[in-house]
Design a protein around this ligand. Sequence first.
Ligand SMILES: [Zn+2]
Length: 238
Amino acid sequence: MKSKEELKDAFDIPVAERKYFNETIQINKKNILLSLSFLLLLFSISVLRFSKNSIQTPLIINNIQNDNNQDASILGHLPYNEISKEKLVVIEPNIEVHIDMSEALLKMRDDAKNDGIYLVFLSGYRSINLQKEIFYSLKSIRNQVASERARVSAPPGYSEHSTGFAIDIGDANNRETDFEVEFENTDAFKWLKKNAAKYHFKLSFNQNNKNVDYEPWHWRYEGSIEALKVFEASNRIK
Ligand SMILES: [Zn+2]
């Protein structure tokens, strides 16, 4: 008969091997833990990268778009090229407009007249040079700095009037409201608000405009592809 101790030794793993066995398990555990941590690290990095890409890319695009718009405009006004002289027509003394809009404009005035409303054209095409005079002389007469003046008049090169597609309109029966916000109380303005869109005219500076004051007298024509292209940037912002 073998003693208890002898039996135990016979079935048990030898001490040396036991140590080796335990160590192997521990080393394997260590390896698995290391691999898992490494995988976790890789996973976290890729998740971070992915979220960075997916969140930041649209922001960057937005910033570029905003910058473009902000770079192009000055004191709330967008830049406009001067129309070439051959596209201008004189519709009455001192009033020149883009040939594409002249017909619609005159038709609008005639139709208004038939409704008992007398529209007066105050200002059509203005050259960049004339705009320069208006902007800088009025600025000094009124003792205003550029940003104040820009609320009521575009800086040269930034006026819709230089495109030939803008027209300032008054009421023949209320000339004291010419270029004044009070023009909005006239029958002429009420008629325009109701009917101008039929002739493809639109108010450029409405009450919600942030940088430029409300100008109920200033209308622009959007009835041709050329005109739509000219005002594309403006329509995108507003
Ligand atoms: Zn105007």
